[in-house]
Structure formats: C-alpha cells, structure tokens
Write a protein that binds this ligand. Structure first.
Ligand code: BJ8
Length: 429
C-alpha cells in the first residue's frame, strides 16, 4: 500500500475523526496489507486496481463520497448483506458496507459490551468509539438488521451512539410468514430511504438499480467460476479482497475492474497458468464473514501448500450469488423479485438452514476442493453451532473438514498454522 499523495487530514478532521487513533489504524492496515498481499507471487495484473483502492481506502473513496454529499446525495451505511443495494441506488443514494475486521478501542468497547461478544460486533463498536472510520462518519443513515442475538442487542446500544440509526427487522424462518415479513421490512426501508433522499422510487429507477447490482454480482460470480480451474488462476486472498471491496467501491467501476481481471484469468486458465502449481491442495472456506482487514486464516492457508478456491460467506458467494429478476413493470413486482433473491441468502440465523449445507457441498464439487475450513468467530453461536452439522454432512459426503474458531487477534496464528498444516498433510494421504 503506497502513501497517500494528497493531504486528507482536513477531510478527516471535518468528519470528526480522532487523527492520532486513525493514523495508528491506517499504519496497522498498511503494514498488514503490505506483508500479506504484496508478498504474493504471480498475481493477476488487474489486482493493481485493488491495490490502489486499498492504498486510498480512507482517501480517494471518502473524497468521492464527500463530493457526492456536497451535491446532495446521501450515504447509507450497512452491516449485512440483507440490505438491498437496489433500493438505496433507486433513490440515488450511495451504499457502503461498515463491517470491520480489526480490534480497536477494546477497553472502551468492553465497558458497553460483554467480553464474550463476537469480534465483528466488538469491532463495529471500536470503530465508532475510537472515531476512526471515515465511512461510518460520512453516513447520513446507518442500517442495522436484527439477525443474530448479538447484533440485535448491540444495535440497541449503537442506536444511542450513531445519529439516524435505523434497525430493520428480519424473519428467523424462510418458510411460512418469513417471506411476508421480509417484504414488509423492505417496504418500510424503501419509505425511510424515500424520506431521507426526498425522492420516490419509480419502476424505471428501480429497474436501473437492479441492473447495476446484478452486473456487479455477475462479475464476482464470473470470478468465482474461474477459480474452478486447476491450477487456480488467482489466490484466495486476492479473490477475498475483491469480495471485500464489493461493499464500498463505486459499483460500475468495481464491475469493470472485476471483469478485466476475469478476462485475464480466462487467458491464464487456457494457458494452465496459476498462482500455485497444479495439484496444490484446494480448500473452501465457509462460515462467518471476513471484513477488511481480517485476512488471518486465508493468509495462513496460502502460506502453506494450499490455495483457497471459494468462500461460502457473506463476503463471498453466500452474499453475491443469484440475481434479481428485472421483468416486473411496477415497483411492487420488483420488490417481490428483490425479496425472492435475498431470501436465498443462507445466513445461519435462519432455522432450519438446510440449503446452506447443500450449497457448501455444491461449491465443494464445483471448485474441486480437497477440504473445507469451517471458519467461526469466537462466541458466534449461529455459525459455530451450525458448523457441527456442516462437518457431519461433509463427512457423509467424504469431504474432509477442519473447524477453526478464532477472533481478530494474531495471538493464535501459530496454533492455527500448525493445525491447518496437519490438515493439509492429511489431505495428501
Ligand atoms: S446475512 S452472516 S452479514 S447477519 S459473526 S455478528 S452472526 S455473532 S455477521 Fe452476517 Fe448478515 Fe448473516 Fe451475512 Fe452475529 Fe456471528 Fe457475530 Fe455475525
């Protein structure tokens, strides 16, 4: 990650950031990125765009948001893939993902939350309490969703810390009333967005927004399919980075950049060129989402004789698969189509959630994986409990799996490395 050439400090000050704390965070981020990403070999040339995005993560993109705000556009922050970007774009607002992947202001956080709260929620609080996230501070509205119990209760507190915080309710079951409940929540959200932006959603605007988000998803779906090649034409780390940038980049520019990488990967695949030799062990990761800069486990995997070829995750295929049908002629019909697509997200908050097990097996087959890493954050009951069933199901299907339970600290990296190394050796038997 290169140094920013423009002085963004006045912009950060105007957003109310704590500049010293923010410098410290950027230092950690920059070092982690340099150590992990820039030491990779044989990366696609198209990753240069994503290196640039990361070097400007709190610079140019924030400036773009501030320029858009100056012209009257609103910025909407989200913490979950269940918030439809289609509705946000249809009122000419900009959506940014706010999930954070680093510990910050832990002592302050633990005055508000129990220590045994998952790292993702604690990090959300740390970024707010430490005043270090320009995305969060640039938001005109922040949407939380009542998914897991941790988020649901934490949002009651976050509501007091963040101005214009809006909590969206979520069904716990997809069957029965579930679809109707989600639809009702999306209609309420649409009204909130219309009030904030002063625009009414028209069929034309919603269709255009659906097209934009579909193209963005299709680009990452194309990238995912190309990873089925052996040798893998792109590393799991670079693919994860693309899926992370999905949440805050300009959608059209992101789509073009991903498609350019895909063109390059097609050529690589035809030439049997890869980031590691053919026959390298291929792993699928499944479980909790990994937000920037949470690269710990894939970095460990790829420091060994293995490559990650898929992520069954909300920062990955669970969050980006499927598209919204764009055929209906009115807003009601288009919202029905949005509900259909979003209900396909197999989040572990749903009960039962058998579709997720099927999807993991499908991915294992499609990407020709040798083994699966069940990734869970400490204290995340939904994914840690579901991991037991996933493991049994994979065992029945003859697919080896390893459960990794961790947090955002680096203290257990050595131990995780030892376990994954032994797992990979077992795959060679
Ligand atoms: S749709 S996965 S983005 S809720 S790790 S906070 S589940 S205790 S993140 Fe998620 Fe939406 Fe579901 Fe996806 Fe709770 Fe677990 Fe923490 Fe989690």
């Amino acid at each position: 990650m290169s140094e920013a050439t423009v002085d963004y400090r006045p912009m950060w000050t105007s957003l109310g950031l704590n500049l010293d704390a923010h410098d410290a965070l950027l230092g950690v981020l920059s070092k982690a990125y340099g150590d992990i990403f820039m030491s990779q070999k044989n990366r696609p040339e198209g990753m240069a765009y994503f290196d640039f995005v990361m070097s400007e993560i709190h610079g140019l993109r924030i400036k773009e948001l501030m320029d858009a705000k100056a012209k009257g556009r609103k910025v909407i922050g989200t913490y979950c893939t269940f918030v439809p970007e289609e509705l946000v774009l249809a009122v000419d607002c900009i959506m940014v993902g706010l999930c954070a992947g680093a510990d910050f202001a832990v002592d302050e956080v633990e005055k508000l939350l129990p220590r045994n709260t998952c790292a993702l929620i604690k990090s959300t609080f740390g970024f707010k309490l430490g005043q270090v996230c320009p995305y969060l501070e640039a938001c005109d509205m922040v949407i939380g969703e009542n998914t897991c119990d941790g988020k649901k209760k934490a949002y009651e507190i976050l509501d007091r810390l963040i101005p214009n915080f809006y909590a969206m309710d979520m069904p716990q079951m997809k069957s029965g009333e579930g679809k109707g409940l989600l639809r009702a929540e999306y209609v309420k959200l649409k009204e909130q967005l219309e009030n904030l932006s002063g625009r009414r959603i028209t069929p034309g605007a919603l269709k255009k927004a659906i097209g934009t988000v579909n193209r963005k998803r299709q680009a990452v779906q194309r990238l995912a399919r190309l990873r089925a090649a052996d040798p893998a034409p792109i590393s799991g780390l670079d693919s994860l980075l693309v899926n992370q940038v999905f949440f805050y980049d300009n959608p059209e520019r992101f789509t073009d950049s991903v498609n350019k990488i895909c063109d390059e990967l097609e050529t690589r695949a035809k030439a049997h060129e890869g980031v590691k030799p053919k026959g390298t062990k291929r792993l699928l990761m499944t479980g909790c989402p990994m937000a920037v800069p949470n690269w710990k486990v894939p970095a460990v995997v790829e420091s060994l004789n293995a490559v990650v070829v898929g992520e069954e995750s909300c920062v990955g295929e669970r969050g980006s698969r499927g598209c919204v049908d764009n055929f209906a002629g009115d807003v009601d019909g288009l919202i029905d189509a949005i509900v259909e697509r979003y209900l396909e997200i197999d989040c572990a908050i749903f009960t039962p959630n058998m579709e997720r097990l099927e999807h993991i097996k499908e991915m294992a087959k499609e990407y020709k994986v040798d083994g699966v890493v069940l990734y869970g954050l400490n204290f995340c009951s939904p994914y840690l409990i579901e991991a037991l069933d996933v493991e049994k199901e994979l065992e029945r299907a003859g697919i080896p799996a390893i459960r990794i339970e961790t947090d955002y600290s680096q203290e257990d990296t050595g131990q995780i490395k030892t376990r994954i190394e032994a797992f990979i050796e077992r795959l060679s038997d």
